[in-house]
Design a protein around this ligand. Structure first.
Ligand code: AKB
Length: 314
């Protein structure tokens, strides 16, 4: 069967890299890059389609035109922006998902991917090696939209047999694309500022430890999950996924090994700190390892070297 793969949110941090990876495997002619507007900076080799996830008629027209065999729904409002626009974040994150799940059933889409996040955990979740199943009381709109979305994914799988798959991404760090409005964004900005200005002010405090991952690992995990046989996917809400955990101070110290004069300072207060303080420090991803063989490749030293080398060469 020839695949037709629709990526919604193709110009975002993950979408930019995912479209590239899907093009390599399936050929760009079989990938459709969809986003709410064309980007001035992101250029895909795949055909582009305007897609607004809050507009059911628009989504339906795109499903009708391409009859996608796989859909990746990446369009979302992330944690920091979500706190500025809570109603919009809920509407976009939830309505978009339900429309896509319904259309996938109607158009017999074989597989759907939708990303969840470590934001599904909250202040009463265990913070170290946070397990797959535990107390979950997210207090950001983004977090509880992701938790509700996970429940919808599992429900559509159990009730209607839809093959929907999901990962709880940690903060993602890549050199090809920019993050857009998250709490973990500092860990990408720091590299650009270190190379351009030799200094960076972190909006999170020195000791704020969070789960993070190199984008290459995240794309690999996504494709591993999507290519695994359906019977191996035992979790239909979203899998915990871990790479590395570090603090802004530890990241800065690793950058200093390459840029000895690099200076980091810390903002006195920032609303993103409270979000970070409610999230895990590290994640237990035993289920992903056991069910479909997940294994991260990047440690902190490898991630920092890779980011600096690639950004310098860009
Ligand atoms: C964010 O910071 O909001 C995202 C996430 C961890 O889901 N990067």
């Amino acid at each position: 069967m020839t695949e037709k793969i629709l990526v919604i949110g193709a110009n975002g941090q993950i979408g930019t890299e995912l479209v590239r990876a899907l093009c390599e495997t399936y050929g760009c002619e079989n990938v459709i890059a969809g986003d709410i507007r064309e980007s001035e900076t992101v250029r895909h080799n795949a055909p582009f389609e305007l897609v607004n996830v809050t507009d059911e008629a628009n989504l339906r027209a795109v499903f009708e035109k391409y009859q996608p065999t796989q859909v990746y729904l990446l369009a979302a409002i992330l944690s920091a922006v979500g706190e500025q626009k809570p109603k919009l974040a809920w509407e976009l994150n939830m309505d978009g998902l339900i429309y896509v799940l319904d259309l996938a059933l109607e158009y017999k889409t074989a597989k759907v991917f939708w990303p969840s996040s470590i934001a599904v955990f909250g202040p009463h979740s265990p913070r170290v090696n946070t397990p797959q199943y535990c107390v979950m009381d997210p207090n950001s709109v983004y977090g509880f939209s992701k938790l509700a979305g996970e429940r919808w994914c599992e429900y559509y799988h159990q009730r209607y047999g839809l093959d929907v798959r999901s990962l709880r991404y940690p903060g993602l760090i890549g050199w090809r694309s920019a993050p857009g409005g998250g709490t973990t964004d500092y860990a990408v900005h720091i590299f650009h500022e270190a190379l351009v200005n030799g200094e960076y002010q972190s909006f999170l405090s020195a000791q704020t430890e969070l789960p993070m991952m190199h984008m290459d690992d995240a794309i690999r995990a996504t494709l591993m999950l999507m290519n695994a046989p359906a019977e191996e996917i035992k979790i239909r809400s979203a899998y915990n996924l871990a790479g590395i955990s570090f603090t802004p101070e530890q990241l800065a110290n690793e950058i200093k090994k390459h840029i000895p004069n690099f200076k980091i300072s810390y903002a006195e207060s920032d609303p993103r700190q409270a979000i970070a303080d409610s999230w895990p420090k590290s994640i237990d991803d035993s289920e992903a390892r056991a069910d479909w063989g997940w294994q991260p490749e990047f440690d902190l030293a490898g991630l920092v070297k890779n980011m600096l080398d690639n950004l310098k060469a860009k």
